[in-house]
Design a binder for this molecule. Structure first.
Ligand SMILES: [Zn+2]
Length: 467
């Protein structure tokens, strides 16, 4: 990975140019930090700074640092003074091993910056120059020194103090460096999650959650797996900027609770160039997959036990997690019964896979996905149904565990009959078989839900007349 040393000119006892309240050392540091942020965010590279605060650093210390870490590039950032206007850049005016690279890199960066400075802000191009500056002469790698604009010229100064100009010029410098060094673009971005406690026992996580909510901090409990055992993390936000996550940690610690930052690399969302108009979502056929469950968790477990006394007790997971996603947990439970043959796993999927919906078991001997816990297996099942049932983004309360979520055409199957030929191929009766099981569950429940049962019989009428 390439290493770039950014050198904010001056600092500490050396303010650089000063005009009214504006000190060169401060604006140099400001721009250098923004360039670092830009490069780290957009490109695979390492960035070091010769100073990160308002400290005195000698010219020798600057070139020594770059030489000792064997930087691939050295970029010194300055602002001009003396009554001129515009942007200029410098390379070393003598000859060394890096002369030709320095020149090529300078030209690339210069043109990147000048396109913006002249094009968008109408400032002058003062040219691609060479000089005998210490940091250019003594660094044993290609190097450049940029003089951004003039502190003591009113139009330049207004821009130097303008937020969008600072962002633009920093991005242009970063972009120029990236082009010059051919840095690879980042394929992942970091997400800084604030974790306010990690618990083995969900009750402890819930009470921490409550505590935070009472203090006005939005948080949620997410399950994770550590060494095969489920853990419950209380997550109080996820931030794209580390600084924001650090602020949140500070606030939580002030309340007396522990908190730390978990850095997660995520794939950036793909750009959507020309949004294709989306056709209206089809109406559900059969019973809708989304909705509230009618049956109770004990009823689900009792029903399956009449056929398989050794079935795992999953009723609560189906109902609780179903509620989270507005999915019919009771009907999903019927689907799991159908897929696993009452959790006897007589097909290719084995019980230890915790895969209750045949996710990824695409036929033949393909055994499909494996989930760490029963809860995760149920979660994946419900997330897969969610993908079929609607086009909304997946709620962030739980991590995405369904490995095939993104392979589903979102919202293509809002009703159970719509799953025919989709969830199981071939299967022109797939949804009907699920609803028949669900009908039996209703019939055999002690507290029969008459209204729901009649609705189910209506839905299934067609099936019986066209077997
Ligand atoms: Zn300077």
């Amino acid at each position: 990975m390439k290493l770039i040393v950014l050198d904010p000119g001056h600092g500490g006892q050396d303010p650089g140019a000063v005009f009214q309240q504006l000190r060169e050392k401060d604006v140099n540091l400001d721009i250098a930090k923004r360039v670092r942020t830009y490069l780290e965010k957009e490109y695979e590279c390492k960035v070091m700074m010769t100073r990160e605060g308002d400290t005195t650093v000698s010219l020798e210390a600057r070139s020594n640092l770059a030489n000792s870490v064997k930087a691939d590039y050295f970029c010194s950032i300055h602002h001009n003074a003396g009554g001129g206007t515009g942007f200029e850049s410098y390379r070393f005016n003598g000859t060394n091993n890096y002369t030709s690279k320095s020149k090529t890199f300078q030209e690339i960066i210069h043109s990147e910056v000048i396109n913006m400075v002249t094009g968008k802000y109408n400032r002058r191009d003062r040219g691609i120059k060479a000089a005998n500056f210490h940091v250019l002469r003594e660094t044993s790698m290609p190097s450049v020194l940029l003089e951004i604009l003039f502190l003591d010229t009113s139009e330049d100064r207004a821009l130097i103090q303008h937020e969008s100009f600072k962002e633009d010029v920093s991005a242009a410098i970063g972009e120029g460096i990236a082009k010059a060094l051919a840095l690879p673009r980042k394929v992942t971005t970091n997400l800084y999650k604030v974790i306010a406690g990690s618990f083995k026992d969900k009750k402890n996580a819930d009470s921490r959650l409550k505590f935070l909510q009472q203090k006005g901090i939005i948080a949620l409990v997410v399950t994770t797996t550590l060494n095969g055992a489920p853990y419950f993390r209380v997550q109080a936000g996820a931030f794209k900027e580390r600084q924001n996550a650090e602020n949140q940690v500070k606030q939580i610690k002030k309340l007396g609770a522990e908190a730390f930052i978990l850095v997660e690399a995520t794939m950036p969302s793909a750009p959507t160039p020309n949004p294709v108009p989306t056709p209206p979502q089809p109406a559900p056929s059969g019973l809708p997959i989304e909705g509230q469950s009618v049956m109770k968790s004990e009823e689900l477990d009792a029903f399956v036990k009449t056929v398989n006394p050794n079935a795992p007790l999953l009723g609560e997971y189906y109902l609780e997690l179903g509620k989270e996603y507005s999915i019919r947990g009771d009907v999903a439970f019927a689907q799991a019964i159908h897929e696993t043959n009452y959790f006897r796993f007589t097909g290719v999927v084995k019980p230890e896979q915790n895969n209750y919906a045949g996710i990824g078991a695409t036929g033949g001997e393909v055994r499909g996905a494996t989930f760490a816990t029963q809860e995760e297996g149920v979660l994946a099942h419900l997330q897969h149904l969610y993908a079929y049932a609607n086009r909304r983004p997946l709620p962030s309360s739980y991590p995405k565990v369904d490995p095939r979520f993104d392979l589903v055409t979102r919202g293509i199957a809002p009703g159970w009959f719509d799953l025919n030929g989709r969830w199981a191929v071939p299967g022109n009766q797939y949804g009907q078989l699920i609803l028949k099981i669900y009908e039996r569950m209703l019939e055999e429940t002690i507290t029969v839900k008459q209204e729901e049962l009649e609705k189910m019989r209506d839905v299934l009428v067609e099936v019986r007349s066209n077997p």
